[in-house]
Design a protein around this ligand. Structure first.
Ligand code: NAP
Length: 338
């Protein structure tokens, strides 16, 4: 069965997902598009040569009889409205992160999904589909480093634009670590603390950069995440898990090593889009495969969306109380999501 997609939000990532469903992946087709700016949706249909109907209203698109699954790629504050509408209509929905901007809104989606009695939602935390993180998880689960004790992570961007604010370091940047690290360790977060190192001269006056977020898990693993968004030298993602008998590292992206001009060198990527490009393909293909076969979705669920939103809220609170350890109190995960 070909999965017929309706897309709500035709901006940057919306267009990228439309392109990959149309040109790269198999089993999916874009049949409907919507954007708050209808002219934008029309121009995307033209530009990408789609055979898709343009809807002025996202809810009409969701309810269209020929739409099997909804891709929610509009801006974050509008996600809840469209995800909820799709779930209530009994439709599958792939929602870019965040699932919703508050933990309570995520819980509303969780409740609606449980009422349908079927897993309908996948959240776009694509790192769970990155081959490097998958290999790292396999090594940990196979006991290659013994019981995990500590985890050191870094999320570095070469630069950010002037609109980037201190809380975005959590909500837009570290949110990916928040999701992938608890999945990696098969654990839950219980507390967070933020500390600020010396500030880089490259950061705008309003921005605290770098930051270190210290998180503890239920099993007692200590995680430190460095967020450094004006590191100047490249887009660099690090993850090192220290266990009782060994250490496991996230593999570096495959780039060519050069011996040249008296140096041994490997290029570092500059653009975040290049770092996880394959993971975006794999996550959406997994979604299409599950929808077309009626099997359970394997990606991050709406419960994971809730856990990420709540954790991010606590981390943002901790930013304004440097050094203070704040509790992260997640609700009990329902059997439905285990
Ligand atoms: P973007 O380029 O600004 O695109 C958002 C689009 O949605 C714009 O065309 C916007 O129109 C439209 N829109 C806004 N409100 C809408 C509404 N109520 N109904 C329908 N369309 C609406 O942003 P983006 O970079 O694509 O990001 C979109 C989402 O994807 C964000 O939540 C972002 O966090 C997420 N994202 C995730 C990743 C990842 O790594 N997983 C990467 C990038 C983005 P206007 O421009 O007219 O407002």
């Amino acid at each position: 069965m070909t999965v017929r997609f309706g897309v709500v939000g035709c901006g940057a990532i919306g267009q990228e997902h439309i392109r990959r469903i149309t040109n790269t992946l198999s089993g999916g087709k874009i049949v409907a598009v919507n954007d708050i700016n209808a002219d934008n949706a029309k121009s995307v249909v033209q530009k990408l040569g789609l055979d898709a109907k343009v809807y002025e209203n996202g809810h009409d698109l969701i309810h269209a009889a020929d739409v099997d699954a909804v891709l929610v790629t509009c801006w974050g504050p509008a996600h809840k409205e469209f995800v909820l509408s799709a779930v209530q209509a009994g439709k599958y929905v792939f929602c870019e992160k965040p699932l919703a901007t508050t933990a309570d809104d995520c819980l509303e989606i969780v409740a609606a999904e449980m009422k349908q009695g079927k897993h309908l939602v996948q959240v776009g935390f694509m790192r769970r589909f990155d081959k490097g993180y998958v290999a790292l998880k396999e090594a940990i689960s196979a006991g290659k480093i013994g019981t995990p004790l500590m985890l050191h992570a870094a999320h570095r961007n070469p630069t950010v634009d002037a609109r980037y604010s201190t809380d975005m370091a959590i909500n837009d940047t570290m949110i990916h670590e928040i999701d992938v690290l608890h999945w990696l360790l098969d654990d839950e977060y219980v507390s967070a603390q933020v500390v600020y190192p010396r500030k880089t001269s490259k950061a705008a006056p309003h921005l605290a950069d770098p930051q270190i977020v210290l998180v503890e898990t239920k099993k007692g693993v200590r995680i430190d995440v460095e967020i450094f968004v004006n590191c100047a030298y490249g887009y660099d993602i690090k993850c090192e898990v220290v266990g009782e008998t060994g250490v496991a590292y996230l593999p570096e992206p495959a780039t060519v090593q050069l011996r040249s001009e008296a140096a041994l060198a490997r290029p570092i990527l500059m653009d975040w889009k290049d770092r996880f490009i394959e993971a975006y393909d794999i996550e959406l293909q997994a979604f299409i495969n599950a929808v077309s076969t009626g099997s359970r979705l394997t990606g991050p669920s709406s419960w994971d969306g809730y856990a990420a939103a709540l954790t991010a809220d606590v981390c943002v609170k901790a930013q304004s109380r440097p050094g203070e350890i704040l509790p992260i109190t997640l609700k009990e995960c329902p059997e439905f999501y285990k």
